[in-house]
Design a protein around this ligand. Structure first.
Ligand code: ACO
Length: 431
């Protein structure tokens, strides 16, 4: 690693801090010794300028709109790869050989069922439960089903086993959560179905009505899952790393990531986009009115699916997903007025100085909900779909953190205290 020094002058003293240079030329000032040297900490609200790790998983250039997994452009992976192959790439760092891929796929099939006892856990939830609440707790509950494995410190073989089991079981848990919410019997995974069609079958078939799986739907869902598979140090992935840095097990760490993803400023935005488009539709379909509301600083309304912490140009995933949404709706013959409203919003956002000056562009969630909706996936399952897609990335980051030379360092940010100075306690009857 190429290292140069950065100079910091504080209270008249000059300190040298090392510079870390990444493989794409990204530069960072290593401030880990700053407090010891100077008694100063850095202040970075929302971590907008802080690297918490060295990572070899995903490269993202938000200015140029570039996203690559392990060096491979997501455009190529979305077009040519499968979700399982991309998952292998993210977790293990290399594309698999055909033997490795077939072995990996077989493991998904072998481990697709969840323990029968876990089925009872679903009954504890009211039918109104949000599937993200069920998903987060079920994934954490999986830690209870591996008594023979030291989950805090798994061997390589044990990690391989729990990682693939989690990736396979999450879609079964997700589909069961949905079936529970609509009061239908659970549909078990099938040995002869691949990852995406197996999930669709568990979601939509019933004992009296088999589900016809269209190739176009499989393709659209596969593309969405690949595009969601990783996004470097976003809120949920950072959560997985932070929780895992305390040596919490993989299931507990991923469960925490699922909770973070649920928020509407993160993965929950896909649900919020459809809520917004439906509201605009109900209100007569006037996109301009809502664009103006979003620009009005006296109004807290924001255009959901627009803007991103790191993309300051068009989100490269949104480009692919937009085309995918148009193709799927055309093929399925679905005429969705929400797509029309989305197109109008996007056109205005792309030419309005409020958005262009702030580098606000449609993000990955802007069109994904329209695809999910066309497939028949209910709105409260959208973020669950995101979680299934993001799982390989979370696992890859947890693995990378655990395997970091010297072991993980517990995440523990500093703060600048701005509360009361010391004051004496006064008993309640004297206040
Ligand atoms: N609509 C209107 N104005 C917006 C929007 C929006 N969607 N997003 C940002 N802005 C404005 C802000 O008001 C602010 O304006 P100001 O400079 O005049 O105060 C400026 O753009 C910068 O916004 P911040 O909130 O400071 O940017 P930040 O990087 O913190 O937030 C975020 C990024 C949370 C994604 C934000 O753009 C947003 O809320 N978008 C809508 C929710 C969304 O789509 N989230 C999904 C993100 S993708 C993902 O997580 C999968």
């Amino acid at each position: 690693m190429d290292q140069q020094a950065a100079k910091v002058i504080l209270d008249g003293n000059t300190y040298e801090l090392p510079v870390v240079v990444g493989s794409e030329g990204e530069r960072g000032i290593d401030i880990s010794k700053l407090r010891t040297l100077t008694n100063y900490v850095t202040f970075d609200h929302g971590f907008g300028n802080t690297s918490n790790c060295l990572s070899a998983i995903t490269y993202l250039d938000g200015e140029a709109g570039i996203l690559r997994y392990r060096g491979y452009p997501i455009e190529q992976l979305a077009q040519y790869s499968s979700f399982i192959e991309t998952a292998y790439l993210l977790v293990y760092g290399q594309l698999p050989t055909s033997y490795q891929l077939s072995d990996f796929s077989d493991l998904f099939t072998q481990h697709s069922m969840i323990h029968e006892d876990m089925k009872h856990l679903f009954n504890g939830y009211p039918s109104t439960a949000h599937p993200m609440a069920i998903l987060a707790s079920m994934v954490c509950s999986l830690s209870a089903y591996y008594p023979g494995i030291d989950l805090m410190n798994p061997t390589q073989a044990q990690f391989d086993q729990i990682a693939v089991q989690l990736m396979s079981k999450i879609r079964t848990i997700a589909a069961f959560a949905y079936k529970k919410s609509i009061g239908e019997p659970f549909v078990y995974p099938e040995e002869n179905l691949e990852y995406v069609p197996n999930f669709l079958n568990m979601m939509f078939s019933s004992p009296i009505k088999p589900y016809k799986i269209y190739d176009e739907v499989i393709t659209a869902l596969k593309v969405l899952m690949i595009l969601h598979a990783d996004h470097e140090q976003n809120c949920s992935t950072s959560t997985v790393r932070l929780v895992g840095s305390a040596r919490a097990n993989l299931f507990a760490s991923i469960s925490a990531g699922i909770c973070a993803l649920w928020g509407p400023l993160h993965g929950g935005a896909n649900e919020a986009v459809i809520d917004m488009l439906e509201a605009i539709h109900r209100d007569g379909g006037d996109a301009t009115k809502y664009v103006n509301m979003a620009k009005d600083k006296a109004n807290t309304f924001r255009l959901m699916g627009v803007g991103h912490r790191v993309y300051k140009s068009y989100d490269p995933r949104a480009k692919i997903i937009k085309k995918c949404a148009h193709d799927l709706l055309n093929k399925l013959g679905v005429n969705d007025p929400l797509l029309e409203i989305a197109v109008q919003l996007e056109e205005q956002v792309l030419k309005d100085p409020y958005f262009t000056e702030r580098n606000l562009y449609p993000n990955v969630d802007f069109y994904s909900g329209i695809i999910y909706k066309a497939i028949g996936i209910p709105k409260d399952m959208f973020t669950v779909m995101f979680a299934i897609g993001r799982l390989p990335g979370w696992i890859a980051h947890w693995k990378e953190m655990i395997e970091f030379p010297g072991g993980p360092k517990i995440g523990r940010p500093r703060q600048i205290y701005v509360g009361s100075n010391q004051r004496d306690y006064i008993q309640i009857n004297k206040r």
